[in-house]
Ligand binder design. Structure first.
Ligand code: ADP
Length: 554
């Protein structure tokens, strides 16, 4: 009966408690309270020593409660009324159930702790309910007046620890978050290791094979193709890492231009069509794309990158069926949609996948590869363009990623020099081969530049540091353009450019920066460079830039 009800088991119908034995027990409790270190504990010690326990209970800064018989409240001190919000009258002769969270807690408490009281004091933490309905956590110490007869009385000393509990909860939350970050970091490193090692393997392995003089022409071409595509793969990983860090440190800038939407869509379509075909997927452009002439003012590259990521995922996570790409023009915004009939995503992962390094399932990496950065980058870019991105998906049926961006991002258009008239001119009109100074300390990088310019009629001379570059420019008036590496010994590219521009202001200097950060480009321009290119340098872009500046300096 006691166990199921949580009440005290007693034989007699009514129990009289013996006042003298109570006092003995209370005396013990008195010492317990008097040892308490609560500041301002101002009970009258002498009175207590004289045995005035009622005074002790009243004055104690620890909540005190005496339950008798069938867990009826008989004595309450002021402090306890403050803790629980009830008045003395509201509690007296009531079942202790009134202060418990609910009946279940009341019974549970009896089951858990009353047996223990027959042997020793009970010390525990327990939630109660304040009169205002809030849960209050208390640290409680209970002592039976008579361990053989619990109904004779149990004295409970109660401290409110709600605040401490709240701190503990916050600490636990912070700890879980830290553990989660740690887990994510480990998963990220494992993914990265995989994503970087795979193409590295291809590059290093097949570069070695290329040395074999017995290779056939076809084999050589095949190996070169593998090295080239592995390099591109590696570059994509590096770009993703740079992009996410630029987004998160708010260093990503918008370069607004007039964008023909159907052109962007068509570029993406043509880029992925072969891949879709390879996987035997139907790749459709939605009807309204066929309308021509929808122009918006946004950042072309960022819009392209978002669509690239979404379509690339759609193809990656679809084994059969279709991919659809389309957009709808609304009054103020334009809504893009990439739909697939692929593996789909569980509902509870729809938000999570937009966080960096997050994947919908733990085996995604093993099965499909990936760093978990694509959607985080896409979301960052969409937000940067002033829009929203979301997904609708059913596992096993497919996913539909939508994003909408304003038709005009509302930012100042960046002045981009028109290259057209320059392109029309032809460097072949130059009468003699121009001399280029390449300031580059790394042999491989210098070798790459000479190789990229091999088909051009340039005289190339080299400086291995900034000082040498300044010196050569002063001594050799034949030099008509400088390709300037930034990170060099003795003197870096920024300082070298400043000195060169002092002595030869008209000499074009093109910086070649290694980190692909906007800041590097800005620094180069501030130092006086006329243009900058990011490593790895695209050979065509290199030639085009050199020609552009050579023409304009003549
Ligand atoms: P990655 O593809 O490199 O893992 P993303 O950030 O692009 O990283 O995507 C995060 C996760 O979202 C993926 O790992 C995958 O679980 C899920 N996901 C993204 N796109 C799709 C899609 N079209 N279909 C099914 N799952 C997808």
């Amino acid at each position: 009966m006691y166990r199921s009800s949580g009440n005290i088991n007693h034989n007699s119908t009514h129990n009289k408690y013996r006042r003298s034995s109570d006092r003995e027990k209370y005396k013990l409790l008195l010492s317990l309270i008097s040892k308490s270190k609560i500041p301002g504990n101002n009970y009258d010690k002498e009175e207590c020593d004289n045995g005035d326990f009622d005074t002790l209970l009243r004055n104690s800064l620890i909540g005190t409660l005496v339950l008798k018989g069938n867990r009826l409240i008989t004595t309450i001190n002021k402090r306890f009324t403050e803790i629980c919000g009830y008045t003395q009258q509201e509690l007296e002769n009531k079942s202790a159930e009134i202060i418990h969270v609910d009946k279940e807690h009341f019974i549970d408490f009896g089951n858990k702790h009353y047996d223990g009281l027959r042997v020793k004091n009970v010390i525990t933490e327990w939630p109660f309910r304040h009169k205002n309905g809030n849960v209050i956590w208390c640290n409680i110490t209970g002592m039976a007046v008579n361990q053989q007869r619990l109904e004779d009385g149990i004295l409970w000393l109660i401290e409110d620890i709600t605040e401490r509990k709240a701190y503990e909860k916050q600490l636990v939350k912070a700890k879980l978050k830290a553990e989660e970050s740690d887990r994510l970091k480990t998963a990220f490193l494992q993914n990265m290791s995989h994503e970087i090692r795979t193409p590295m393997n291809g590059i290093i392995g097949f570069s070695r094979f290329l040395k074999d003089p017995d290779l056939t022409h076809e084999e050589r071409q095949e190996y070169i193709e593998i090295i080239s595509s592995s390099s591109q793969q590696l570059l994509n990983v590096v770009s993703d890492i740079l992009d996410i860090s630029r987004i998160e440190t708010k260093q990503m800038k918008i370069k607004e231009n007039e964008v023909d939407v159907s052109e962007v869509i068509m570029d993406i379509y043509l880029c992925f069509k072969p891949k879709a075909k390879e996987k035997r997927l139907k790749f459709e452009l939605q009807e309204n794309n066929k309308q021509n002439g929808v122009t918006i003012t946004t950042d072309y590259e960022k819009l392209s990158k978002i669509l690239y990521n979404l379509v690339s995922n759609a193809i990656k996570y679809t084994d059969s069926g279709y991919i659809k790409l389309g957009y709808t023009v609304n009054t103020d915004n334009i809504e893009f949609c990439v739909q697939d009939s692929g593996i789909g995503i569980e509902q509870d992962k729809h938000e999570l996948i937009f966080q960096h390094f997050r994947q919908a399932t733990n085996d995604t990496t093993k099965k499909y590869g990936g760093t978990g950065l694509g959607l985080a980058i896409s979301k960052g870019l969409v937000n940067l363009l002033g829009g929203d991105i979301w997904v609708e998906s059913i596992p096993g049926k497919g996913s539909k990623f939508n994003f909408k961006i304003p038709k005009v991002t509302g930012l100042n258009p960046e002045n981009s020099a028109s290259d057209d008239q320059l392109k029309e001119d032809n460097v072949n009109e130059l009468e003699k081969s121009p001399t280029l100074l390449v300031a580059e300390d790394e042999d491989i990088n210098f070798r790459f530049i000479t190789e990229a310019l091999r088909k051009q009629k340039f005289n190339i001379i080299r400086a291995k540091n900034g000082l040498e570059a300044v010196d050569l420019c002063e001594k050799n008036q034949e030099i008509s353009l400088v390709l300037m590496d930034i990170k060099m010994p003795e003197m870096d590219g920024y300082d070298a450019t400043k000195l060169i521009k002092k002595s030869r202001p008209g000499l074009p200097v093109i910086a070649v920066t290694a980190f692909a950060l906007d800041q590097d480009g800005d620094n180069a321009m501030e130092a006086g460079c006329d243009h900058y290119l990011s490593k790895p340098v695209d050979p065509d872009e290199l030639v085009e830039s050199i020609n552009k500046f050579l023409v304009s300096s003549f």
